[in-house]
Design a protein around this ligand. Structure first.
Ligand code: CTP
Length: 408
């Protein structure tokens, strides 16, 4: 659970997106958070307090003068032990108020009374596109950002009013991902990270091809972990069933040749390249433009294969490569093979994993291997392993002496 024992004040202001707050409460509680809902008076036009009360298991507050608090100071009591105040949806009016330090209701007073060092402020705006684009709203958003608030979204798309544009509240799962990220170290802030993930698919004809059993889970988890750590993340992915992690730019490809092309197009600005993809080592020497036909008495066709480019080795051999990290999937002599790939591909770090252990699973035991050390990362979820690898990469970046060294 990503939010075990975190105390979250969920502020709900007046907007049609308030109906999504119920789903958000469920997501937060599934991750172990204690949720205290606080509504503005306008929010009650969209959502009954009883719904939030039932879902949070706590009384809902909406009045600065609530007499249920023994000392009558709900704005202090509710903010003191909170780890975060998350306002979703945050209306244009509410953003304008708190950008200017106004506090004329319980929720805005809670925001002003919180101890900023301990209690994060996350705001998920929701409003009509014209309201969002007004200079006044944009000024308020800039001011709130400068004051340390995290602005989640908004998304672009169809709006309840029938118009189309920016201003939709982002989805509860995305808000949850941003909240979880807010509690992670920002050790890759300002860095650009390029990651490959998933299998590749090498076509034989219009319907058949060569692929492998990589699920893409490790690469996607790393992309999420790098984004949580503050990086700008591009994920070049072969075919998988996975949704792109929130806030990650995904480029979808099929073959190794396409993957190499998209990697080379993005690598120039990358600080880090992490090759997690299970790239097919071979492709068909020629691809039949027509479906290969089966003939009753004929022998099966013989496949002629050609070598695929090694994407990781190609990037590591660039004149000014980013810090390069590879994954070594091995079925025996894990560290020995990983170290030999480290030197043959000219990279700084290899992450070794046993197959079939990690294949398709949500967990893995990994070993981070560099030229002199081998550090075991005990079995954990792939997201947790991704965070550990991100921390190791950040350490390595901090001590990187000569970025001109091949891939290291
Ligand atoms: N890799 C790559 N391009 C390839 C093959 C591998 O970028 N054509 C990268 C993988 O993404 C991984 C690392 O190289 O980071 C090692 O991949 P792996 O499949 O373990 O090793 P191979 O080099 O393919 O060698 P082998 O299959 O013989 O173990």
């Amino acid at each position: 659970m990503e939010l075990s024992n975190r105390k979250i004040v969920l502020g709900v202001t007046g907007g049609i997106a308030a109906y999504k707050s119920c789903e958000l409460v469920r997501r937060l509680r599934e991750q172990g958070a204690h949720v205290q809902a606080v509504m503005t008076h306008s929010a009650r036009n969209f959502l009954a307090p009883a719904s939030l009360q039932a879902l949070t298991g706590m009384p809902v507050f909406d009045d600065l003068w609530d007499t249920r608090m023994s000392d009558g100071m709900a704005h202090i009591a509710l903010s003191r032990d909170a780890d975060a105040i998350l306002v979703a949806p945050a209306s244009a009016n509410f953003l304008a108020k708190i950008a200017n330090g106004l506090c004329d209701d319980l929720l805005s007073t809670l925001v002003l009374a919180r101890r900023s060092a301990q209690c994060k402020l996350l705001l998920a705006p929701a409003m009509n596109v014209e309201m969002w684009e007004q200079p006044a709203t944009q000024r308020n958003i800039e001011r709130l950002r400068a004051d340390g608030a995290l602005i989640l979204g908004p998304a672009h798309g169809d709006q309840a009013c029938g118009e189309v544009g920016a201003g939709r509240m982002i989805e509860p799962d995305e808000i949850l991902a941003d909240l979880v990220a807010a509690f992670q170290s920002k050790c890759l802030r300002g860095r650009r990270v390029l990651i490959t993930a998933g299998p590749t698919f090498e076509p034989l004809d219009p319907v058949r091809g060569i692929t492998n059993r990589s699920s893409g889970k490790m690469g996607y988890a790393l992309a999420r972990a790098a984004r949580e750590a503050g990086a700008d993340v591009t994920l070049v992915s072969g075919p998988t069933m996975l949704a792109a992690p929130h806030g990650v730019r995904r480029v979808e490809v099929d073959s190794a040749a396409q993957m190499l092309e998209r990697v080379l197009a993005a690598v120039e600005t990358a600080d880090v390249f992490i090759a997690v993809a299970a790239v097919a080592d071979w492709r068909a020497a020629s691809i039949s433009p027509l479906k290969l036909k089966k003939r009753a008495s004929a022998e099966p066709p013989t496949l002629q294969l050609a070598n695929n480019p090694d994407i990781l080795a190609t990037v590591a051999a660039l004149p000014l490569p980013p810090l390069c990290v590879g994954f070594a999937a091995e079925s025996e002599r894990l560290i020995e093979h990983a170290r030999s790939k480290l030197s043959s591909k000219g990279v700084a770090m290899m992450v070794a994993n046993s197959i079939p252990d990690a294949l398709g699973s949500d967990e893995a035991e990994l070993v981070i291997v560099d030229a002199t050390t081998a550090r075991t990362l005990p079995r954990a979820s792939k997201l947790e392993q991704g965070r550990r690898i991100v921390a190791a990469i950040a350490d390595r970046l901090a001590t990187r002496v000569d970025p001109g060294e091949p891939g290291t």
